[in-house]
Design a protein around this ligand. Structure first.
Ligand code: PMP
Length: 285
């Protein structure tokens, strides 16, 4: 089992020095990325991740050079050659290489393609089921976080603050409204109903969130409302949970050092976590 890196058409050493200093990803964070879970040696929900990546590229006016079939095949090749069965694939596409100037000329740029595969520590993932801490922080990101761009500075700062406090992630508040986490989507359970921020420009439309909303909750007969809620609603939740590609459905047991509910993973969160793991085991194209 080994980590592999692929850059612009060839496998290179992980961390190899092959990126131009004029790459707009390096100078401006001008690019997009995607993270897909590998489970039992297969990509989970590949088509969802591919669609989201292509959407991010369209929104950013970055042309798609690789045909969808080749893109999928490359995922299969990198999994096979790495021997990684539980992990994730990172894909990054920057706008291209040109002397530093804010405005770009699409006709003169060739997007730069990076892909890498990494194992996940399943013991660490399984431990998340015991519940995690979260802290609230102001959402200081730009107003198009639905695009998965490389510009992650506010997330980097928020996540570092969160981890310094022993939290899994921060929960963002924008003008008093709870949007999402620094690396995950956020759900609240109140009186048996689950609430999550609508998938507009203020959150990333997480694939795990999408699984919870469209597959897992309906299969368990649990109502989901995609509706805004504020800090007070969050603080008075019966349960809170995060969702993301690596961790799945993750119960939050402490919010800003206060216990959520009785301070143990909530029943609804646990049912959804089990339901999500079932979908993951069944696999999805
Ligand atoms: N929101 C943010 C800000 C994220 O970075 C992520 C991904 N880590 C998510 C939500 C969850 O998205 P997904 O379920 O597709 O991993």
């Amino acid at each position: 089992m080994k980590e592999l890196t692929y850059f612009n058409g060839e496998f290179v050493e992980p961390g190899a020095k092959c990126v131009s200093l004029d790459d707009r990803g390096y100078t401006f964070g001008d690019g997009v990325y995607e993270v897909t879970r590998v489970h039992e040696g297969r990509c989970f929900a590949f088509s969802y991740h591919q669609d989201r990546l292509y959407r991010s590229m369209r929104e950013m006016d970055i042309p798609v050079r690789m045909p969808p079939d080749d893109f999928q095949e490359l995922h299969e090749i990198i999994i096979e050659q790495s021997g990684i069965t539980e992990g994730y694939i990172y894909v990054q596409i920057t706008r291209g290489v040109s002397p530093r100037h804010h405005a770009y000329d699409r006709s003169k740029l060739e997007p730069q393609f990076l892909m890498s595969i990494h194992p996940v520590d399943m013991d660490e993932v399984n431990r998340l089921a015991d519940g995690v801490k979260a802290i609230t922080l102001p959402d200081e990101r730009w107003a198009r976080v639905d695009i998965k761009t490389l510009n992650l500075v506010p997330n980097v700062l928020a996540q570092t603050k969160a981890e310094k406090k022993g939290a899994y992630a921060a929960i963002y508040l924008r003008d008093g409204i709870c949007t999402e986490g620094s690396t995950s989507n956020v759900f609240v359970v109140k009186d048996g109903i689950i609430y999550t921020h609508p998938a507009d420009h203020f959150i990333l439309k997480g694939i795990t969130r999408q699984m919870v909303v469209t597959k897992v909750a309906p299969s368990l007969g649990i109502t989901v409302l995609e509706k805004e809620f504020d800090k007070e609603f969050l603080a008075n939740a019966d349960e809170i949970f995060f969702s993301d590609t690596i961790g799945g459905v993750i119960p939050v047991t402490t919010l800003d050092r206060q216990p959520v509910g009785d301070g143990k993973p909530g029943k609804v969160s646990q049912r959804l976590a089990d339901g999500y793991n079932k979908v993951l085991d069944e696999g999805l194209a």
